[in-house]
Ligand binder design. Structure first.
Ligand SMILES: Cc1cc2nc3c(=O)[nH]c(=O)nc-3n(C[C@H](O)[C@H](O)[C@H](O)COP(=O)(O)OP(=O)(O)OC[C@H]3O[C@@H](n4cnc5c(N)ncnc54)[C@H](O)[C@@H]3O)c2cc1C
Length: 310
């Protein structure tokens, strides 16, 4: 059997779908189709698929919850794996190892209920921990680097490798996984150091965090916080966008939120396309740069190909 035949057999075994619209798998509900798309529900399957796809030379893209990514309208060539590995095991009293597809919200609640404190801040983040690691996901003054001990990942050659947290150079919305030499690595699990907590205090903190989010950020399909806060200015990206008069600015279905100016909303799911979002992102960057001389850097990942007609 050739490498390609082995890959085709494995894709069939895992019920891969052809031409799957990725708008179904992103929080903002836009994005063209994947050539091949597989839901991956356990760690062994993730390892097999990543290794086989990579050995065949076929392009591979991993998606978690699709909450920090904008996929262009031409979609993604090759194989897209949707990571739904959600295992979690307690290593000792206050240390856990979690599979990378587990969602922050579910993990924050389940650890709180188990009497472990340290992830309450993450309760309102809609993504998975593996998808959040490249940007060192965080909220309300805490982030993954506060609790991360070690990571297992699959490298470009399909080999399982391990890193200590310090190896990853986690910073504000950055890491070697996002901006450095490890950007081709697929994270399979994270070891987290939590601390003994009070179940009721943790659950109350989660409720507080969720209420804050409901009051200060819009719900519904969006890119979430689209830009990073600038490193050399006391104003947040949202404040700069607001002060540039861009609240409510829109291109097609993409619209800058009135409630939180760093959020770009999808106001017409049926008619939206990624090119509207890219055009509005460019407009926001240009206006803020002209007005304040500050270049906003995207927090979201942008991937995929432009549609033929773009
Ligand atoms: C409404 C809203 C609110 C948000 N609030 C916050 C917030 O408070 N704080 C915050 O930090 N973020 C926030 N985000 C962003 C996002 O939810 C987090 O970054 C999240 O953890 C991303 O996970 P995901 O599974 O959705 O990643 P995806 O969007 O699926 O992927 C993001 C990137 O990571 C890569 N990736 C995915 N999984 C892996 C893996 N296992 N190994 C290596 N690379 C991988 C993907 O290829 C892609 O490039 C918000 C987003 C939205 C839409």
């Amino acid at each position: 059997m050739t490498r390609n035949q082995i890959l085709q057999a494995l894709l069939q075994e895992h019920n891969a779908r052809r031409s799957e619209p990725l708008s179904r798998h992103t929080f903002v509900q836009v994005g063209g189709a994947a050539d091949w798309f597989v839901n991956v529900r356990n760690a062994d399957a993730l390892f097999d698929l990543v290794r086989t796809v990579r050995c065949s030379g076929t392009p591979l893209t991993l998606l978690g919850a699709g909450s920090n990514v904008l996929i262009r309208d031409g979609g993604i060539r090759g194989v897209v794996l949707k990571n739904e590995t959600r295992g979690c095991r307690r290593l000792d009293d206050d240390r856990i190892e979690v599979e990378s597809g587990i969602r922050f919200a579910a993990l924050a609640r389940s650890t709180a209920r188990a009497g472990l404190s340290g992830l309450e801040w993450a309760a309102g983040i809609p993504g998975a921990v593996g998808g959040g690691l490249p940007t060192n996901a965080g909220a309300y003054g805490s982030d993954l680097s506060d609790v991360l001990v070690a990571v297992r990942a699959i490298d470009q050659s399909g080999t399982l490798v391990q890193f200590e947290a310090a190896d990853l150079e986690l910073g504000y919305r950055t890491s070697r996984l996002r901006d450095g030499d490890l950007s081709d690595h697929i994270v399979t699990s994270l070891t987290l150091q939590l601390r003994e907590g009070d179940v009721f205090a943790s659950l109350a903190e989660i409720d507080r965090v969720e209420s804050l989010r409901k009051a200060n950020a819009p719900s519904g399909p969006s890119l979430g916080s689209t830009f990073k806060n600038p490193p050399d200015d006391p104003r947040s990206a949202g404040q700069l966008i607001d002060q540039a008069g861009l609240k409510g600015a829109s291109v097609g279905a993409a619209c800058v939120s009135q409630l939180h100016a760093n959020y770009i909303l999808n106001t017409d799911v049926a008619g939206a396309c990624a090119s509207d979002f890219l055009a509005l992102i460019a407009q926001v960057r240009e206006t803020v740069e002209t007005r304040f001389g500050i270049t906003l850097e995207p927090e979201i990942a942008v991937t995929g190909e432009e549609a033929a007609s773009d």
